[in-house]
Design a binder for this molecule. Structure first.
Ligand code: GDD
Ligand code: MG
Length: 363
């Protein structure tokens, strides 16, 4: 099973704009979006902690000031947290180099680096031990997906050595992709130019491979998800609530749904499929909520149906309305009798009048 790595430091990349998750990310950075009842990052922090990580440097940029109020010095998580901010985003490599200024690790020590939008069940301890045993420059966690074109495509040879790094290539040579969790030897980070925009995916990794350094793949087939799109974000929250991925940060037992303190779910409502109901959120009698994220203070009125969707903070889904595979921004009101489906996004504060939108082939 999983074993602990005391003293391991980590860098968490959390500076991206989360454009694919708009409008949810207009007011809140992606890593802070409520996911299964807590900010997304809480799941990553708790998981890193479970492997013995005790000190984490956040590499922030977009909405940087919102992170410290959410996580403070980290003591609530048994962690010591540092915040390093890029005034202008420096890309993944520039961010890692900038954050490394706050590391205490020695040049030959391993440093864990995590994308801030990943849910993964893999054994971080085993990845680090493999890195050390093989004396690699960098060890990349790899997973397999159906469509590798949206990710970093990573072919390896029979010994696990990475032979190329092809970021978002239209012609992937394998379904094995970069899963966004790296172990770097500290001195390799220090070689990234400081204060410059650098992409690890497009520059650092291809450069290391080109110069013959050992870039290693650590492949496995455990649970893995990048929550960077609305449908993936909803799926991630749902899987955590249902217990498909165990998280020490889940604020209650795994089950059909999770209702935070201060929420009000009518006994005559049907709530299931791994839905999360935020504080102060209301689900009225006769409503059906399945596989969805209901943010704090939102209201799902009587006889409304919400499936595989995100309802923003303080938003209102009126009676008889159907919201399926959609995102309703903070404070928006979807009037009665609307039918929103298939990736529709309602911007924050917008008020849709009664029966304004129908998504039916018979119209
Ligand atoms: N501090 C900082 N500064 N962080 C950044 C910056 C930046 O300029 N740019 C991106 N990030 C952070 C994001 O917040 C996110 O946590 C992480 O870096 C990766 O950025 P994404 O925008 O989510 O990239 P992606 O999902 O398209 O692709 C990346 O992840 C895939 C796995 O999910 C790449 O690493 C792919 O190779 C990989 O397959
Ligand atoms: Mg991503």
């Amino acid at each position: 099973m999983e074993s602990s790595l005391p003293g391991l430091e980590a860098i968490l990349l959390v500076g991206g704009q989360g454009t694919r998750l708009r409008p949810l990310t207009l007011g809140t950075p992606k890593p802070l979006l409520p996911t299964a009842g807590v900010p997304f990052l809480a799941h990553q922090l708790a998981r890193a902690h479970s492997f013995g990580v005790r000190r984490i440097v956040f590499a922030t940029s977009y909405k940087a000031a919102m992170f410290e109020p959410a996580f403070g010095d980290g003591s609530a998580f048994g962690l010591s947290l540092e915040y390093m901010t890029e005034e202008t985003p420096l890309g993944t490599g520039g961010a890692i180099r900038n954050a490394a200024e706050a590391l205490t690790a020695a040049p030959s020590d391993p440093v864990l680096v995590l994308n801030g939008d990943i849910l993964s069940g893999h054994d971080i301890g085993d990845q680090v031990r493999t890195h050390i045993a093989r004396g690699a420059a960098v060890t990349l966690h790899l997973t397999e997906v159906d469509d590798p074109t949206r990710f970093g495509c990573v072919p390896t040879d029979g010994d696990g050595r990475v032979t190329a790094f092809l970021e978002k290539t239209p012609n992937p040579v394998t379904n094995r992709i970069n899963a966004g969790c790296y172990v770097f030897t500290r001195s390799v980070i220090d070689r990234i130019p400081r204060g410059e925009v650098v992409s690890v995916e497009r520059e650092t990794f291809p450069g290391l491979i080109e110069s013959g350094e050992l870039v290693l793949g650590y492949a496995d087939r455990t649970y893995w998800l990048d929550v960077g799109t609305p449908s993936a974000f909803v799926r991630g929250s749902r899987d955590l609530v249902l217990g498909r991925l165990a998280s020490p940060a889940l604020p209650g037992p795994a089950g059909e749904y999770l209702a935070l303190d201060g929420s009000d779910v009518s006994p005559e409502a049907k709530v299931n499929g791994g839905s999360a109901v935020g504080a102060g959120a209301v689900v009225e009698a006769g409503a059906v909520v399945s596989g969805s994220v209901l943010s704090d203070g939102c209201v799902v009125c009587s006889e409304a149906t919400v499936v595989d969707s995100v309802i923003g903070r303080g938003a209102r889904v009126c009676s008889g309305t159907v919201v399926r595979d959609a995102v309703i921004g903070d404070g928006a009101v979807v009037g009665p009798g609307n039918e929103l489906q298939a990736g529709v996004r309602v911007w924050p504060g917008v008020e849709l009048p009664e029966r304004a939108v129908r998504y039916s082939s018979d119209l």
